[in-house]
Unconditional design. Structure first.
Length: 319
């Protein structure tokens, strides 16, 4: 069994939720890891008890997560030797179809995306969750299969700029990673497109964007892109399908689009799409960085095998 890929058997089609929960708990901040582990996508938010022996409750040393392309890291420092979870199911009012969530800085309040095209504002109160308000994501006009909003991410400077990043399908051919401005008072603003994938002849509505996140530099955004049910495209890094992507979003108030950071595959081969860092993925539904800065990817199987992939180098081909 290789270092970079593990099969998990038995598996259920379309369910990488449990993988997401277990992988997310390897995050560098134990308290935040509890929160990230607190939802199995699409159904509930749960209270989690986490026990880690020898695990730091703070971030790694500055720069420790900066390896090749921002994904490498040091293996030094305390590491968890025991992990115990206890889940207590709690329903999120009006968000039984939730796909992702994020806690607002320094609070028990959260934003959730739902597959039906909404952004939900809720608050964790003891052993229950109370819904506060909800907004439609106007540009998310196609909500079938995996085309509704699938991710919500706060900008590293969210407290100052109110930027929220959401992924969704515009139609069968076009999928957007978009930036919105959000506040509890003003609600969800219109979309500014940061990155898009366009398929001339779409085959299916599955395998669109998986997890998105920012690297420790606070400017580079990584994204997991599915193969759009076009498996041959995942083996062609000249396009951004079935790949780990890295871009630098334009974060000026009226800006849009993106540029590309150093460290992607195109640095050595100009024929490769400039956003591609690694390729060969099918449906990378969830991913998270561990305390060494490595990216773990939970990939959905068709019905027999679920994969957990470890990204170890630029240009890696997951097959």
């Amino acid at each position: 069994m290789s270092e970079s890929k593990w099969g998990v058997r038995p598996g259920r089609a379309g369910r990488a939720d449990s993988l997401r929960a277990s992988v997310a708990c390897a995050g560098p901040v134990a308290r935040c890891a509890v929160r990230r582990c607190a939802m199995t996508a699409g159904v509930v938010v749960s209270v989690v008890t986490v026990g880690m022996v020898g695990c730091r409750d703070d971030a790694a040393e500055p720069g420790a997560m900066h390896g090749v392309g921002g994904f490498g890291g040091s293996d030094s420092g305390p590491r968890p030797t025991e992990l115990k979870l206890r889940f207590q199911s709690m329903s999120v009012p009006g968000a039984a179809d939730a796909t992702d969530f994020v806690f607002l800085p320094g609070s028990q309040e959260m934003l959730l995306t739902t597959s039906k095209g909404e952004l939900v504002h809720a608050v964790l109160e003891g052993d229950s969750v109370r819904g506060l308000k909800r907004w439609g994501v106007e540009e998310a006009t196609l909500t079938e299969a995996a085309c509704g909003p699938t991710n919500v991410l706060l900008d590293p400077e969210f407290a100052d700029n109110g930027f929220v990043y959401i992924t969704y399908c515009v139609d069968e051919s076009v999928t957007h990673l978009a930036r919105h401005r959000w506040s509890a008072r003003d609600g969800l603003g219109p979309a500014t497109v940061i990155f898009e994938t366009v398929i001339e002849e779409p085959q299916d509505l599955w395998h669109r964007f998986g997890s998105i996140g920012f690297e420790p530099d606070g400017r580079t955004l990584w994204a997991l892109s599915g193969d759009h049910f076009l498996s041959r495209e995942a083996q062609d890094p000249r396009n951004p399908l079935g790949a780990v992507l890295r871009i630098v979003p334009d974060r000026s108030p009226d800006g849009a689009g993106h540029t590309y950071p150093e460290g992607n595959m195109a640095d050595d081969d100009e024929t490769i799409h400039p956003a591609v860092f690694a390729y060969g993925l099918r449906s990378p539904w969830r991913g998270t960085r561990d305390s060494q800065g490595r990216l773990w990817i939970a990939e959905v199987g068709l019905g027999k095998v679920e994969e957990i992939n470890l990204l170890t180098e630029v240009g890696q081909n997951f097959g």
